[in-house]
Write a protein that binds this ligand. Sequence first.
Ligand code: DLL
Length: 433
Amino acid sequence: MVIWDPQIEEMPKADIQKLQYRLLKTLVYRLYSFSPFYHERMKQANVHPDDITSLADVKKLPFMYKADLRDNYPDRLFTASRDDLVRYHVSSGTTGKPTVVGYTAHDLDNWTTSLARGLVSCGLGRSDVIQVSYGYGLFTGGLGLHYGAERIGATVLPTSVGNTERQIELMQDLHATAICCTPSYLLHMGEVAEKMGISIKNDTDLTTGILGAEPWTDVMRSRIQEWLGIRAYDIYGTSELSGPMFVECTEQKGFHVWSDLALVEVLDKDTGETLAPGERGELVITMLQKEALPMIRFRIGDVSVLDEEPCPCGRTHPRIRRIQGRVDDMLIIRGINVFPSQVEHTLMSIPEVGQHFQIVVDRRGALDDMLVRVEISKNAFSDKINDLMQIRSKVEHKLRNALNVGVNVELVEPGSLPRFEGKSKKVIDRRNL
Ligand code: DLL
């Protein structure tokens, strides 16, 4: 079995924990001494770096939330100087403001290393042609996997998203053996290929899919594997951690969390208590080596289970199982994070829009489709079709700009959407994942 970096990946558990403790201690001292934000947070939580005397003491440290990044937009949480930054990525925040992530050269190197390990762990190497069909724009998926794939010596085909027919032609002509994209985009590709008279299973060299950035299930995996004739591996990460970081190994039973880079805890979302391996709870991650945007006890909002059982692949780093849901209401539409609060924020800034709206998410073919039904305000209500069309395109345009994903808008009469006495149900998700 090929392992990218055996010294780290097969390190005995006791040594990993010593290394983690050393890295945590250094990180906490650095942030307490040099970052006003972390200094203040630690003071409020009544914890001093000297109080961290074992790895378990990580529990004493305060949590961080996505809202901290929003409140410090764009870069007030950065702990590297502008001169040391070499890259930005941007992802959706919980309201109008996006989340900006900065990287030093060392951060990019560690991110690339984590993906190199992950790609090797699912069997890829120098002889592979890896088609990267995640977005390269401000999203982390494209460039992250691009550099990871180059690091292992594979040949990269950087197709990014869209232009699906051309993607399929290139996949065939350049003999791509692996594809990195969202599971729903791969399903869409499969359908488009069939319309072109091409079977991905029989007419291409594709053997491997590195699929993630959105929730999917093992049942979906079986279907994809059978239909497209590939092995499909889950890949997980978030912008705040750098981007995609963890890929399943050939066992296909969860992601190894590289412990020299990340310390993972699973907590009860309500009490904040640490749960034992095997118990389901909210993932909390501390990035042990990040320079530009360190994250301490970041409450990602994803639900999973920590698996400390030895893995037959030989890697000693713990695994987290497939992501089982969110603790908040974040939706993922074609791989892009969308918070209902962002939709509300945008709609409420448009005077022609009333108080009520509803989000309906569906699957059209293999792709997500988002419809926002919007009550028009009484003042703006008109029976002239032209006026209504103008308002509709204004709302669509504003939502597309704010969310980075195309949305259909349906204007409805004032008073026509359901009203609720208790919690309102603003989202109807009809996707059956
Ligand atoms: O989605 C990074 C990424 C790129 C992961 C390419 C995998 C492949 P964000 O846009 O910040 O980053 O979104 C992160 O997406 O908190 C999860 O809720 C969800 N997510 C990501 N991967 C998975 C997955 C990228 N494999 C948010 N399964 C995370 C379920 C996933 N949810």
